[in-house]
Design a protein around this ligand. Sequence first.
Ligand SMILES: [Zn+2]
Ligand SMILES: [Zn+2]
Length: 275
Amino acid sequence: MIDYHLHTLFCNHAVGGMERYVQNAVDSGFREICFLDHLTIRTAGGCEEGVGRKTEPGLSMTPEEIPHYFYAVQILKQAYKNKISVKAGLEVDFNPDYTDYYQKIVDTFAFDVIAASLHFPNGFDIVTHRSGWRYGENDTDEVYEMYFDQLKKMLEYDYFDVICHIDLIKKFGRKPKKSFEIEYDNILGIIKDKGKTIEVNTSGYDHPARDIYPSLRILEKCYRKGISITMGSDAHHPANVGRHYKGVLPILLSIGYRRLAIFTKRQRGEVQIKE
Ligand SMILES: [Zn+2]
Ligand SMILES: [Zn+2]
Protein backbone atom coordinates (compact mmCIF):
# COMPACT_ATOMS: atom_id res chain seq x y z
CA MET A 1 0.00 0.00 0.00
CA ILE A 2 0.92 3.64 -0.23
CA ASP A 3 0.42 6.69 1.97
CA TYR A 4 0.83 9.85 -0.07
CA HIS A 5 0.21 12.47 2.59
CA LEU A 6 2.63 12.70 5.53
CA HIS A 7 3.57 15.87 7.38
CA THR A 8 6.79 16.67 9.25
CA LEU A 9 8.16 18.90 11.98
CA PHE A 10 8.87 21.54 9.32
CA CYS A 11 5.24 22.71 9.35
CA ASN A 12 5.39 23.34 13.11
CA HIS A 13 2.09 21.66 13.91
CA ALA A 14 3.05 18.02 13.31
CA VAL A 15 4.96 15.91 15.82
CA GLY A 16 7.55 13.13 15.62
CA GLY A 17 10.78 12.88 13.67
CA MET A 18 10.53 12.16 9.94
CA GLU A 19 12.27 8.84 10.40
CA ARG A 20 9.52 7.68 12.78
CA TYR A 21 6.97 8.10 9.98
CA VAL A 22 9.14 6.01 7.68
CA GLN A 23 9.72 3.32 10.30
CA ASN A 24 6.02 3.09 11.11
CA ALA A 25 5.22 2.74 7.42
CA VAL A 26 7.84 -0.03 7.06
CA ASP A 27 6.43 -1.81 10.13
CA SER A 28 2.91 -1.60 8.68
CA GLY A 29 4.06 -3.10 5.37
CA PHE A 30 3.73 -0.02 3.14
CA ARG A 31 5.61 -0.15 -0.16
CA GLU A 32 5.69 3.60 -0.80
CA ILE A 33 5.11 6.79 1.17
CA CYS A 34 5.27 10.43 0.27
CA PHE A 35 6.04 13.37 2.52
CA LEU A 36 3.66 16.16 1.59
CA ASP A 37 4.38 18.97 3.96
CA HIS A 38 2.73 22.38 3.92
CA LEU A 39 3.72 25.42 1.97
CA THR A 40 1.18 28.06 2.95
CA ILE A 41 1.73 31.67 2.01
CA ARG A 42 -0.95 34.12 3.07
CA THR A 43 -1.19 37.55 1.57
CA ALA A 44 -0.53 40.40 3.95
CA GLY A 45 -0.40 43.74 2.23
CA GLY A 46 1.10 43.93 -1.27
CA CYS A 47 1.39 41.01 -3.58
CA GLU A 48 4.61 41.75 -5.43
CA GLU A 49 7.01 38.92 -5.01
CA GLY A 50 8.80 39.17 -1.70
CA VAL A 51 6.52 41.95 -0.48
CA GLY A 52 4.06 40.89 2.14
CA ARG A 53 4.98 37.27 1.72
CA LYS A 54 3.96 35.65 4.91
CA THR A 55 4.09 32.16 6.28
CA GLU A 56 2.38 32.13 9.61
CA PRO A 57 4.16 30.32 12.40
CA GLY A 58 2.44 27.03 13.05
CA LEU A 59 0.95 26.66 9.57
CA SER A 60 3.78 25.85 7.25
CA MET A 61 7.48 25.67 6.56
CA THR A 62 8.95 28.95 5.34
CA PRO A 63 10.08 29.20 1.70
CA GLU A 64 13.66 29.36 3.02
CA GLU A 65 13.19 25.93 4.62
CA ILE A 66 12.17 24.19 1.39
CA PRO A 67 15.75 23.12 0.47
CA HIS A 68 16.27 21.68 3.97
CA TYR A 69 12.98 19.80 3.81
CA PHE A 70 13.71 18.49 0.33
CA TYR A 71 17.19 17.37 1.37
CA ALA A 72 15.88 15.67 4.54
CA VAL A 73 13.53 13.54 2.41
CA GLN A 74 16.37 12.65 0.01
CA ILE A 75 18.45 11.33 2.92
CA LEU A 76 15.59 9.10 4.08
CA LYS A 77 14.89 7.98 0.51
CA GLN A 78 18.49 6.80 0.25
CA ALA A 79 18.70 5.30 3.74
CA TYR A 80 15.51 3.23 3.36
CA LYS A 81 15.70 2.38 -0.34
CA ASN A 82 15.87 -1.38 0.33
CA LYS A 83 12.85 -1.31 2.64
CA ILE A 84 10.41 1.25 1.27
CA SER A 85 10.14 3.85 -1.46
CA VAL A 86 10.13 7.38 0.02
CA LYS A 87 8.89 10.24 -2.13
CA ALA A 88 9.15 14.00 -1.76
CA GLY A 89 6.08 16.16 -2.25
CA LEU A 90 4.69 19.50 -1.25
CA GLU A 91 1.14 20.46 -0.20
CA VAL A 92 0.81 23.94 -1.62
CA ASP A 93 -1.98 26.17 -0.35
CA PHE A 94 -3.71 27.97 -3.18
CA ASN A 95 -3.14 31.71 -3.09
CA PRO A 96 -3.74 33.45 -6.43
CA ASP A 97 -1.19 36.13 -5.50
CA TYR A 98 1.65 33.59 -5.43
CA THR A 99 1.07 31.18 -8.30
CA ASP A 100 4.14 32.46 -10.22
CA TYR A 101 6.18 31.96 -7.11
CA TYR A 102 4.83 28.40 -6.70
CA GLN A 103 5.71 27.67 -10.30
CA LYS A 104 9.26 28.85 -9.62
CA ILE A 105 9.55 26.53 -6.62
CA VAL A 106 8.33 23.49 -8.52
CA ASP A 107 10.73 24.32 -11.36
CA THR A 108 13.63 24.60 -8.89
CA PHE A 109 13.23 21.38 -6.87
CA ALA A 110 12.77 17.87 -8.24
CA PHE A 111 9.71 17.04 -6.17
CA ASP A 112 7.97 13.78 -7.00
CA VAL A 113 4.54 15.29 -6.63
CA ILE A 114 2.95 18.67 -6.04
CA ALA A 115 -0.45 18.76 -4.40
CA ALA A 116 -2.86 21.67 -4.30
CA SER A 117 -4.97 22.43 -1.24
CA LEU A 118 -7.51 25.02 -0.29
CA HIS A 119 -7.29 25.65 3.45
CA PHE A 120 -7.73 29.44 3.18
CA PRO A 121 -10.08 30.20 0.27
CA ASN A 122 -9.86 33.96 -0.32
CA GLY A 123 -7.81 34.16 2.88
CA PHE A 124 -10.73 32.75 4.90
CA ASP A 125 -9.73 30.11 7.48
CA ILE A 126 -11.80 26.91 7.09
CA VAL A 127 -9.41 24.56 8.91
CA THR A 128 -7.71 25.73 12.08
CA HIS A 129 -8.86 25.78 15.69
CA ARG A 130 -8.94 29.59 15.48
CA SER A 131 -11.48 29.52 12.68
CA GLY A 132 -14.75 31.38 13.34
CA TRP A 133 -16.32 29.14 10.69
CA ARG A 134 -15.64 26.23 13.00
CA TYR A 135 -17.66 27.92 15.75
CA GLY A 136 -20.70 28.74 13.66
CA GLU A 137 -19.78 32.15 12.24
CA ASN A 138 -20.70 33.18 8.67
CA ASP A 139 -23.50 31.99 6.41
CA THR A 140 -22.90 28.35 5.43
CA ASP A 141 -24.12 28.62 1.83
CA GLU A 142 -22.12 31.79 1.19
CA VAL A 143 -18.91 30.21 2.43
CA TYR A 144 -19.53 27.08 0.34
CA GLU A 145 -20.09 29.26 -2.73
CA MET A 146 -16.87 31.12 -2.10
CA TYR A 147 -15.04 27.82 -1.60
CA PHE A 148 -16.21 26.43 -4.96
CA ASP A 149 -15.37 29.70 -6.64
CA GLN A 150 -11.80 29.47 -5.35
CA LEU A 151 -11.53 25.78 -6.28
CA LYS A 152 -12.40 26.69 -9.85
CA LYS A 153 -9.78 29.46 -9.81
CA MET A 154 -7.18 27.06 -8.47
CA LEU A 155 -7.88 24.67 -11.35
CA GLU A 156 -6.89 27.35 -13.86
CA TYR A 157 -3.26 26.67 -12.89
CA ASP A 158 -0.95 23.78 -13.63
CA TYR A 159 1.81 23.83 -11.04
CA PHE A 160 0.28 20.79 -9.28
CA ASP A 161 -0.59 17.14 -9.99
CA VAL A 162 -3.02 16.21 -7.20
CA ILE A 163 -5.96 17.96 -5.56
CA CYS A 164 -6.05 17.21 -1.83
CA HIS A 165 -9.24 16.72 0.22
CA ILE A 166 -11.42 18.39 -2.39
CA ASP A 167 -14.46 18.73 -0.07
CA LEU A 168 -12.50 19.94 2.95
CA ILE A 169 -15.11 22.66 3.41
CA LYS A 170 -17.21 20.05 5.28
CA LYS A 171 -14.46 19.55 7.91
CA PHE A 172 -16.40 21.08 10.80
CA GLY A 173 -19.65 19.37 9.86
CA ARG A 174 -21.44 22.43 8.46
CA LYS A 175 -23.90 21.45 5.76
CA PRO A 176 -25.24 23.86 3.12
CA LYS A 177 -28.95 24.18 2.36
CA LYS A 178 -28.20 24.61 -1.32
CA SER A 179 -27.12 21.63 -3.44
CA PHE A 180 -23.64 21.91 -4.94
CA GLU A 181 -23.93 18.92 -7.31
CA ILE A 182 -23.60 21.09 -10.42
CA GLU A 183 -20.48 22.75 -9.01
CA TYR A 184 -18.96 19.34 -8.26
CA ASP A 185 -19.81 18.09 -11.74
CA ASN A 186 -18.17 21.15 -13.32
CA ILE A 187 -15.09 20.90 -11.18
CA LEU A 188 -14.65 17.16 -11.73
CA GLY A 189 -15.07 17.75 -15.47
CA ILE A 190 -12.17 20.22 -15.38
CA ILE A 191 -10.06 17.81 -13.32
CA LYS A 192 -10.69 15.02 -15.82
CA ASP A 193 -9.88 17.26 -18.81
CA LYS A 194 -6.65 18.44 -17.20
CA GLY A 195 -5.60 14.92 -16.25
CA LYS A 196 -5.20 15.74 -12.56
CA THR A 197 -5.49 13.20 -9.76
CA ILE A 198 -7.87 13.36 -6.81
CA GLU A 199 -6.62 12.47 -3.35
CA VAL A 200 -8.59 10.15 -1.08
CA ASN A 201 -7.76 11.58 2.33
CA THR A 202 -8.70 9.49 5.37
CA SER A 203 -8.19 12.19 8.02
CA GLY A 204 -11.83 13.34 7.84
CA TYR A 205 -12.90 10.48 10.09
CA ASP A 206 -11.06 12.25 12.89
CA HIS A 207 -12.72 15.60 12.15
CA PRO A 208 -16.31 16.62 13.01
CA ALA A 209 -17.24 15.70 9.39
CA ARG A 210 -16.66 12.00 10.27
CA ASP A 211 -16.27 11.12 6.61
CA ILE A 212 -13.61 10.55 3.98
CA TYR A 213 -12.50 13.37 1.69
CA PRO A 214 -14.05 13.23 -0.82
CA SER A 215 -17.30 11.61 0.25
CA LEU A 216 -18.52 8.38 -1.36
CA ARG A 217 -20.91 10.24 -3.66
CA ILE A 218 -18.12 12.37 -5.12
CA LEU A 219 -15.79 9.40 -5.41
CA GLU A 220 -18.44 7.57 -7.43
CA LYS A 221 -18.64 10.56 -9.76
CA CYS A 222 -14.82 10.51 -10.04
CA TYR A 223 -14.88 6.84 -10.96
CA ARG A 224 -17.57 7.34 -13.61
CA LYS A 225 -15.54 10.17 -15.14
CA GLY A 226 -12.35 8.08 -15.15
CA ILE A 227 -10.44 10.34 -12.74
CA SER A 228 -7.40 8.73 -11.13
CA ILE A 229 -7.06 8.69 -7.36
CA THR A 230 -4.22 8.53 -4.88
CA MET A 231 -4.50 8.04 -1.13
CA GLY A 232 -3.12 9.54 2.06
CA SER A 233 -3.69 9.69 5.80
CA ASP A 234 -2.66 13.35 6.26
CA ALA A 235 -0.65 12.11 9.26
CA HIS A 236 0.65 14.82 11.56
CA HIS A 237 1.86 12.11 13.96
CA PRO A 238 3.84 8.95 13.07
CA ALA A 239 1.12 6.76 14.64
CA ASN A 240 -1.36 8.09 12.07
CA VAL A 241 0.40 6.65 9.01
CA GLY A 242 -2.25 4.64 7.15
CA ARG A 243 -5.04 5.59 9.56
CA HIS A 244 -8.54 4.37 8.64
CA TYR A 245 -7.24 2.49 5.59
CA LYS A 246 -8.94 -0.73 6.70
CA GLY A 247 -12.33 0.94 6.46
CA VAL A 248 -11.68 2.97 3.30
CA LEU A 249 -10.03 0.42 0.99
CA PRO A 250 -13.18 -1.77 0.72
CA ILE A 251 -15.14 1.39 -0.16
CA LEU A 252 -12.76 2.19 -3.03
CA LEU A 253 -12.97 -1.40 -4.28
CA SER A 254 -16.76 -1.39 -4.07
CA ILE A 255 -16.86 1.77 -6.22
CA GLY A 256 -14.75 -0.03 -8.81
CA TYR A 257 -11.31 1.46 -8.26
CA ARG A 258 -8.50 -1.09 -8.56
CA ARG A 259 -5.45 1.17 -8.74
CA LEU A 260 -3.94 4.17 -6.98
CA ALA A 261 -1.73 6.80 -8.57
CA ILE A 262 1.89 7.21 -7.49
CA PHE A 263 4.37 9.79 -8.74
CA THR A 264 8.06 9.93 -9.62
CA LYS A 265 9.43 13.35 -10.51
CA ARG A 266 5.87 14.34 -11.37
CA GLN A 267 5.26 11.44 -13.73
CA ARG A 268 2.21 9.44 -12.79
CA GLY A 269 2.38 5.67 -12.35
CA GLU A 270 0.04 3.32 -10.54
CA VAL A 271 -0.12 0.51 -8.03
CA GLN A 272 -2.74 -2.12 -7.37
CA ILE A 273 -5.07 -1.56 -4.40
CA LYS A 274 -4.57 -4.24 -1.78
CA GLU A 275 -6.75 -4.48 1.27
ZN1 LIG B 1 -4.42 19.79 3.86
ZN1 LIG C 1 -2.01 17.85 4.96
